[in-house]
Design a protein. Structure first.
Length: 298
């Protein structure tokens, strides 16, 4: 999801001819390290507080102790790598990105740690929407757009990212719901409150397919409102991803319970596919790049 969101932000920058490969690469490294750190700490919190995910695995006390040691070390290491990458991004983006980084650290802690991690509540889908939608997509686009801009912030450059952030945010809500959908019965057994356990599997399926229709409509609306060049081509990623979501929705209805987890990777891949295809298409059809920065003399 993280890489897909960064690629979607880069696609937004490409629409206006603002693609910058070095900041985009750093953003990918940052989001991978930050997400790995958060995921490992999320697991560490689960084990130390007996939240439910580890209970059903029946690990011995020795295995749990070893797991805790490794999870804590890996989480800390990935966090430090994310901080170092973030400092490199700050030198390119300016002081505003320092405030963004502080927000990511605080919000990440509230989501995965603290007395009640938000990701362990029905509000977990909101965290996914904010992190991978507005925060990741818009900031990635701005870091590239502002790299050489005479006017640091303007509606012309930021408008594509606003549309794309809403679409990616909805897709990431769907991906997050798939995790809860696959662990629905285990979460009920362990009294874990999540969006899916709150609403039920049937309502979750309805929201899933509605989100798919919404993000498709948002991208189609973006193509028309921004008067892009080749509508039929530029709408392709969202339409293709919606078809995949229809497939996932159908499998959610028909697969046996123990196979629901197989849909998680498909949902995550769908976000990546959206970002990658959008980047490739808009890099070709967007405004020509007028950057003075070149690599290898090209």
């Amino acid at each position: 999801m993280g890489i897909g969101a960064v690629l979607a932000g880069t696609a937004s920058a490409a629409i206006r001819g603002n693609t910058e490969y070095m900041p985009a690469t750093l953003c990918i490294i940052f989001v991978v390290c930050a997400q790995m750190s958060a995921n490992m700490y999320y697991r560490y919190y689960d084990v130390t507080h007996n939240c439910g995910n580890n209970i059903d695995e029946g690990n011995s006390s020795k295995a749990v102790r070893e797991m805790l040691m490794h999870l804590k070390e890996y989480s800390t290491g990935m966090f430090l790598l994310a901080v170092m990458t973030g400092m490199a991004i700050i030198t390119m983006a300016g002081a505003w990105s320092l405030m963004l980084g502080a927000f990511i650290v605080v919000a990440g802690w509230l989501s995965s740690g603290g007395s009640l991690p938000l990701l362990r509540t029905p509000y977990g889908i909101v965290c996914s929407f904010i992190f991978f939608g507005p925060v990741c997509v818009i900031s990635t686009s701005l870091i590239q757009s502002m790299h050489e801009a005479s006017q640091p912030l303007n509606w012309y450059d930021i408008t594509p990212a606003l549309y794309m952030s809403l679409a990616i945010g909805l897709m990431c809500i769907n991906s997050t719901m798939l995790y809860g959908y696959a662990s629905y019965y285990r979460d009920l057994r362990n009294s874990k409150a999540s969006f899916v356990t709150l609403c039920g599997r049937r309502i979750t399926r309805i929201i899933f397919i509605v989100n798919g229709a919404l993000y498709t409509a948002i991208i189609i609306g973006m193509c028309y409102s921004l008067h892009l060049n080749i509508y039929s081509l530029e709408m392709t990623p969202s339409v293709l991803c919606f078809i995949i979501d229809i497939y996932i929705w159908w499998k959610m209805r028909t697969l046996p319970r123990y196979k629901d987890y197989t849909l998680i990777d498909v949902g995550n891949f769908n976000v990546l596919l959206m970002g990658l295809l959008s980047f490739l298409i808009f890099e070709i059809t967007g405004v020509p790049d007028d950057s003075r920065l070149t690599f290898f003399g090209l």
